[in-house]
Design a protein around this ligand. Structure first.
Ligand SMILES: CC(C)(COP(=O)(O)OP(=O)(O)OC[C@H]1O[C@@H](n2cnc3c(N)ncnc32)[C@H](O)[C@@H]1OP(=O)(O)O)[C@@H](O)C(=O)NCCC(=O)NCCS
Length: 212
């Protein structure tokens, strides 16, 4: 499938582009359509799962849709991606979806499948959120998935060891229909707020975060 969805945001002078790919192409189809740098060619060959390889290649398709190629992308020692130039980028993939966010602002993105399994680990990544979460509510799994995605997106922004999802990041109460909320990172002497946006795509939740 070609590009699945594009979201363009314009906030005062800053612009942000979010691109989502639904991976339906074969490995060969994707491979022949993308440019890869040498490191990423080696990484691709080392991946055990073909789903992961296709997701990785689809991210390169998204980069090309946004006017970049893999040659503009590099990773730091922690695995965080960066673009040559001034724009910020964040990358996510899960099963047959991948997404990138490219912005003038500092950003993080995450896509997660909504799964029952998340209820079993809720107490590992939620704390203050239990004040508004209702286990008997039909949107419990959807809300947990937003919270998880928000924390992953913030983790990707901060790129710091030692951040605990449960102890250091709290997500404010929200309604699924609102498609946004606020999250706060408390670590050491720092308190920092993040704007969280989310939307549901089939049975996945796409979450992206901006530093406030
Ligand atoms: C690194 C991490 C953020 C990746 O997230 P994920 O949900 O597993 O996978 P995603 O597909 O959403 O993201 C993968 C992409 O994140 C990016 N990424 C990897 N490490 C990163 C880092 N340190 N900072 C920012 N981005 C990073 C990469 O672009 C990667 O894709 P690519 O290598 O194919 O380009 C995640 O594995 C992690 O370490 N999370 C924090 C762990 C944690 O505290 N968990 C709490 C448990 S309660």
């Amino acid at each position: 499938m070609p590009l699945f969805k594009t979201i363009n945001l314009s906030q005062t002078v800053a612009t942000t582009q979010i691109l989502v790919w639904k991976v339906t192409e074969s490995y060969a189809e994707l491979f022949e359509q993308v440019i890869l740098n040498e490191n990423n060619r080696i990484r691709l060959n080392g991946m055990r799962s073909e789903i992961h390889q296709r997701a990785f290649l689809s991210v390169r398709k998204l980069l090309q849709e946004a006017g970049y190629t893999d040659l503009d992308l590099y990773y730091d020692e922690f695995g965080k991606p960066h673009l040559q130039g001034k724009k910020h980028i964040s990358i996510t993939h899960s099963h047959n979806f991948s997404a990138i966010i490219i912005s003038d602002e500092i950003v993080g993105i995450d896509i997660e499948m909504q799964r029952e399994k998340i209820t079993r680990i809720a107490d590992k990544f939620c704390d203050s959120e239990f004040q508004f979460l209702d286990i008997s509510c039909e949107d419990y799994i959807r809300k947990l998935t937003v919270i998880w995605g928000a924390k992953e997106a913030i983790f990707k922004i901060r790129n710091e060891k030692g951040i605990s999802f449960k102890d250091h990041i709290s997500v404010d109460n929200f309604r699924i229909s609102a498609k946004q909320t606020i999250a706060t990172l408390h670590s050491d002497n720092l308190v920092k707020d993040f704007k969280i946006h989310f939307e549901e795509i089939e049975d996945f939740t796409l979450v992206y975060a901006f530093e406030k």
